[in-house]
Design a protein around this ligand. Structure first.
Ligand SMILES: [Zn+2]
Length: 376
């Protein structure tokens, strides 16, 4: 039986998730790794220490991730990249100076991540992406290699990037870092051409988030769980995704990461109470009665007590629309407060199971493999 994991790290308002497949292949989506100090060590989860436990080492003893997806260049998605991930030529990796820096086998970046006006914590990612791109541009036969594979996801104005390092929405990816993932298929939904153009306005970088449906498979290739992640994509992006999507099942999900840390902007513009059709449609793509919405943010307080995101109103809307009931809405901070651990799903031949922590021992609550009826 396969055993894949998806770990949503508690990083306050921000995103950092790890996918680890049965065969050891790994994907990290965004990073918000904060520095641990004496003052905050009880409140901040040590993401780096956990990653070092989870990630494999390459033949030179360097920890590595097969794929790092940088959804967009905001600091709550890029923090800690510079200090914790290796950037530069791999042959310059110094086992002492760079000890414990994670090598990124393949890097995905949105076109906006290459622009001049980005958050300071995104600069190291941009620099690394540019270094990789130059390798391709300087040598027309270059096909990438471990530590230098690159994909720019989206468009270069109105044209596609060089096919060796560009992906556009509608692409299905099963190979990263030079090898087959085998148990995971990633379908790219966004960013679109128009969003990349609009995203030039610095306040609109959320529009250019990379949106992906991750389909996890069991040994015979049957899909057993679908995870939909979209960084900080807002309702108009989801509308466009729905318009463009050819195959309905490409939007189905067993786990949906609430966009923009449970912001109301998934449902409508802030200040507008009506729920847009696009949000309703995306939420109607939940599979069966066990689907979960995961909100990677602080504990959610009523809107008059806390400046959103996260939005209390958005949380209520998710809870209302989850077919399995409000307990299928999960919050990374609440999980951390009760268990001191990240929110973890194990994915096996029967689908996903949320890990339950009981005091110091970890125990997985086995749910019956039943209601398969909803599995489209
Ligand atoms: Zn964000």
């Amino acid at each position: 039986m396969v055993k894949h994991y998806v770990k949503f790290y508690p990083v306050d308002n921000g995103d950092c998730a790890l996918i680890k497949l049965s065969n050891g292949k790994t994907v990290i989506i965004d990073t918000q790794i904060r520095e641990i100090t004496d003052a905050n060590k009880n409140d901040v989860y040590d993401v780096k220490a956990d990653l070092l436990k989870e990630l494999k080492k390459d033949s030179e003893g360097r920890p590595f991730v097969d794929l790092f997806i940088s959804t967009h260049p905001h600091s709550d998605h890029c923090l800690g990249f510079e200090e914790n991930f290796y950037h530069g030529k791999l042959e310059d990796y110094d086992n002492k100076k760079d000890k414990d820096k994670i090598v990124v086998g393949e890097l995905w970046i949105t076109p906006m991540g290459l622009n001049d006006d980005i958050d300071a914590s995104a600069v190291a990612i941009r620099k690394e992406a540019k270094r990789r791109r130059k390798l391709y541009d300087d040598d027309e036969d270059y096909k990438g290699e471990y530590g230098s594979y690159l994909r720019i996801v989206g468009y270069d104005k109105d044209k596609e990037y060089d096919s060796r390092y560009g992906y556009v929405p509608g692409t299905e990816v099963t190979k990263v870092n030079g090898g087959n993932l085998k148990y995971l298929k990633m379908f790219i939904h966004a960013p679109f051409k128009e969003s990349v153009e609009e995203g030039k306005d610095t306040n609109k970088k959320n529009k250019v988030s990379i949106v992906v449906q991750h389909s996890f498979k069991k040994e015979d290739g049957t899909v057993v769980c679908k995870l939909l992640t979209g960084g900080d994509a807002e309702h108009d992006v989801w509308e466009k995704i729905l318009e463009n999507n050819q195959v309905g099942s490409n939007l189905d999900w067993n786990i949906f990461e609430a966009p923009h840390h449970c912001s109301w902007t998934f449902f409508n513009d802030s200040g507008k109470d009506e729920v847009c059709q696009a949000a309703k449609d995306v939420l109607n793509h939940q599979i069966g009665y066990m689907a979960d919405v995961v909100s990677s943010c602080q504990s959610i307080e009523p809107d008059d007590k806390q400046a959103p995101p996260p939005s209390y109103k958005a949380m209520k809307e998710y809870k209302k629309r989850l077919k399995g009931g409000s307990e299928h809405f999960r919050n990374t901070s609440d999980e951390f407060k009760s268990s001191k651990e990240p929110l973890v799903y194990e994915i096996n031949d029967y689908g996903k199971v949320k890990k339950i922590y009981v005091k110091s021992t970890v125990q997985t609550v086995v749910q019956k493999p039943a209601p398969r009826a909803g599995m489209k």
